[in-house]
Design a protein around this ligand. Structure first.
Ligand code: PLP
Length: 392
């Protein structure tokens, strides 16, 4: 079917909740994708930071296929090996305690929030349930994670949301201290606000928040849904911030395209959730865990992560070297980059890039966001840069 034919049927049959770019994608290889009309694109978006190994990765596809032949799903009423392997890898690479498996970023955050509230309930009783998050954050679209998200525009229409969240200004310790009260049980934040505009938090602020959490027995919840799994050049972004979170949520890159989320808790709080307190039918299902095992075996390797850092640095330098009046800077870490443009111009530029053969997305009010596959080749980066030069 052509794009026009597909669009007509999409309009008829699919709820209109996305402002989609005007192309229909068909297949991919590496960091390159083709649309249904055969037009080629270098993908600097990777499904919003999901396809970390690119498209048609042999190791990933074989792992999924082999596991699908054995068992796709059996539920959490039975023990399965792939899930245990993923958990063991996450724990080994971080020195943390135990893992709960979910199916998406929002769901991982729900689990993290429930864990924090129960930790506090078990220790201090009812009422100490408030979680401080940051202004401009993004934590998901469920009724609870919407309210964890510190952006009013997402809250409209859906009231009443889950209560018990308050928002502090990013990089402002006084603002955070002012929100702290006897009802507070945790602080939750992204280390680089992704949807908010690719805004890295200051290291000093993050470390001061960690200290504040320790002083007040608040759990430090780090949302690594977008920054995790090698995206910023370390397995988790917190490893570059010199902090030790109590709980880390992740999703996106973990399955390399297979839907999986996870909550990774430190030893001090990894036994808080007990039978009957949290569950999900699909969580940790063997087929997606086979994918996550393949991803972690590749991405958690230090040489691979060093390459992510080098590629990110190279892209950043080359984008700045374009020297366009449209480019006001490049923010981010590793292969999570935001090209800063005039406010409101990011969508127009992303559309132009797509028209010319580069998939890029937007973030916040003024960022063209790049989240390419971590495996993107030098040749693919060069091709993308040539097009970016032309567009910017
Ligand atoms: N948290 C962060 C930091 C995210 O960037 C996102 C999605 O963009 C989410 C949570 C929600 O993840 P999902 O869309 O998988 O529910």
């Amino acid at each position: 079917m052509t794009y026009q034919e597909l669009k007509a049927e999409e309009t008829q049959y699919v709820m209109n909740t996305y402002g989609r770019f005007p192309i229909a994608l068909d297949h991919g290889k590496g960091a390159t994708v083709w649309d249904v009309e055969g037009k080629k694109y270098i993908d600097l978006a990777s499904g919003i930071g999901v396809n970390c190994l690119g498209y048609d990765n042999e190791t990933l596809i074989s792992a999924i296929t082999e596991q699908a032949h054995k068992l796709m799903h059996v539920s959490n009423l039975f023990t399965t090996e792939p899930m245990i392997q993923v958990a063991k890898k996450l724990v080994t690479h971080t020195g943390m305690g135990k893992v709960f498996f979910a199916n998406s970023g929002a769901e991982a955050n729900e689990g993290m929030i429930k864990l924090a509230r129960k930790y506090s309930f078990d220790k201090y009783g009812a009422g100490r349930h408030k979680i401080i998050t940051l202004v401009n954050s993004f934590h998901g679209r469920t009724i609870t994670t919407l309210n964890a998200t510190g952006q009013d525009k997402f809250h409209n229409y859906f009231f009443p949301l889950t209560e018990g969240f308050d928002y502090a200004a990013a990089n402002d310790l006084d603002s955070l201290k002012a929100k702290l009260d006897d009802m507070t049980c945790a602080v939750m934040m992204e280390l680089i606000q992704g949807e908010g505009g690719v805004l890295p938090l200051d290291r000093e602020f993050v470390q001061a928040v960690e200290a504040l959490c320790r002083e007040n027995d608040l759990l430090l919840l780090i949302d690594e849904v977008q920054t995790g799994i090698g995206r910023t050049g370390s397995l988790f972004c917190f490893q570059q911030y010199g902090i030790q979170p109590d709980v880390v949520s992740m999703a996106k890159g973990l399955g390399g395209g297979a839907p999986i989320g996870a909550v990774l808790a430190a030893q001090s709080c990894c036994d808080v959730l007990t039978p009957g307190t949290h569950a999900t039918t699909f969580g940790g299902t063997p087929m997606v865990c086979a994918a996550a095992n393949a991803v972690l075996d590749i991405v958690a390797d230090e040489a691979f992560l060093a390459e992510v850092r080098e590629k990110g640095q190279y892209l950043k330098e080359q984008i700045l070297a374009i020297g366009s009046h449209n480019i006001h800077g490049v923010r981010g870490l590793g292969l999570m980059l935001g090209i800063i443009v005039d406010e409101g111009k990011h969508t127009e530029l992303a559309n132009k890039l797509i028209e010319k053969g580069v998939l890029a997305i937007t973030a916040g009010k003024n960022a063209v966001r790049l989240l390419p596959p971590l495996t993107i080749s030098k040749a693919e980066m060069e091709e993308a840069l040539t097009i970016m030069k032309e567009v910017f």
